[in-house]
Ligand binder design. Structure first.
Ligand SMILES: *Cc1c(COP(=O)(O)O)cnc(C)c1O
Length: 372
């Protein structure tokens, strides 16, 4: 980028991942949930940020929660000795040996998984922790409350170290009722009298429902500095920092006249003669094709350090186009931020009818990642 940092890479696009922002956000979770231990959720390549960056930036976490046992193996190979939770447990019975070897904690959400663990009980040489998942209303994964206690007793009798877990469906509906209350009540009633630590809260609950945290919180999106609601304003009070900055450069500039149309389908018509910046980032990099005209892109340079220039015209596979009327200083090679500190990913998401989660996870493998 601008020369040295990215000089070995032909196409000027880069996702820089700021480990200090990870540390900062993890500390914010600690402050918001001081009594709880933290599962840092790093599924989907750490929401697109790479496992390597998460391992470095979130090293102070109590554990990592993820989906793929291969990712657990990667963490162990790279020196992680803390806890690892497989958020959906095992997908097949034959993964039990590996899970035990990697010393993973297991979510158990269905009868089949209970049967596998019962059959495996004789082969357990170090106690395995189980997070038994209760379906309290999300109706995705989890044991129904009516059968939860018997499931608990079976696994307990088989020697597993038991924990209780549930997941909220509406913790991010901050302006609507009901949110988490009925799920928490059902959860607490169902586990009454049973031993074992609890795990309830995702990011939204950490941010807005601090009576519903449990012994282990499970933040994901807030660790990356984005909002569970999809609206950046909603997390202003939490003072989180964007971990990823998606950068590119202006690779060409077109001078267009009033009435000229930009890009595929000619979605945007220039109201006057103006300069259009061509940026080396498109939907094949994970930038949303549905970004509307007006979606902010930050162009570095000038007296202020940079200005926001809106997208004009449809995003194409490898490029997008921006209105440079705010940026007379812009030239070929000017660095742009697609999202990060200056442009919250939530703003881009909002302009594309989605949420920051989807954009972060969708950053394409062809985008090089640099851990800073
Ligand atoms: C993804 C996930 C989380 C994290 O959710 P965020 O909204 O990103 O905080 C927590 N718990 C479970 C079970 C998950 O699948």
């Amino acid at each position: 980028m601008g020369g040295s940092a990215n000089s070995l890479i032909n196409r000027p696009i880069l996702a820089s991942i700021h480990t200090q922002a990870f540390q900062h956000n993890l500390n914010r979770v600690r402050e918001l949930a001081p009594e709880s231990k933290i599962w840092s959720v790093i599924k989907a390549r750490s929401y697109g940020h790479s496992l390597a960056a998460a391992l470095e930036g979130l090293a102070a976490t109590d554990g990592f929660a993820l989906l793929d046992i291969q990712d657990a193996a990667w963490l162990r190979e790279h020196g992680w000795q803390g806890r690892i939770l497989l958020l959906e447990g095992l997908f097949h019975e034959n993964e039990l040996d590996l899970a035990q070897e990697l010393h993973c904690d297991l979510v158990v959400h269905c009868d089949a998984q209970i049967e596998w663990l019962e059959r495996y009980a004789d082969k357990v040489h170090k106690p395995i922790s189980v997070f038994l998942k209760m379906n309290t209303g999300m109706n995705r994964l989890g044991m129904k409350p009516a059968v939860y206690r018997s499931a608990f007793h079976r696994l307990h009798a088989a020697g597993y170290r038991m924990h209780h877990m549930t997941h909220f469906a509406n913790a991010d509906q901050i302006d609507r009722q009901p949110t988490v209350g009925s799920q928490v009540e059902l959860f607490n009633q169902t586990i009454e009298g049973l031993d074992g630590p609890t795990s309830l809260a995702n990011s939204a609950a950490v941010l807005w429902h601090r009576n519903a945290l449990g012994d282990w919180v499970r933040p994901g999106i807030m660790l990356y500095g984005a909002s569970p609601t999809g609206l950046h304003e909603d997390i202003a009070h939490a003072h989180l920092k964007a971990v990823m900055q998606l950068h590119s450069e202006i690779i060409d500039i077109q001078d267009v006249l009033a009435g000229d149309r930009i890009g595929y389908g000619g979605r945007y018509e220039a109201p006057e003669s103006m300069r259009i910046g061509i940026v080396a980032c498109g939907y094949a990099d994970g930038y949303p094709r549905h970004a509307k005209d007006g979606t902010p892109v930050y162009v570095r340079g000038g007296n202020e350090g940079g200005v926001v220039c809106p997208i004009v015209g449809r995003v194409s596979m490898d490029m997008l186009t921006i209105d440079l009327r705010n940026a007379p200083f812009a030239k070929i090679g000017s660095v742009v931020e697609l999202w990060g500190d200056q442009v919250p990913v939530d703003q881009v998401a909002q302009m594309s009818d989605t949420i920051g989660y989807e954009l972060l996870c969708a950053v394409a493998p062809r985008v090089p990642v640099k851990i800073i």
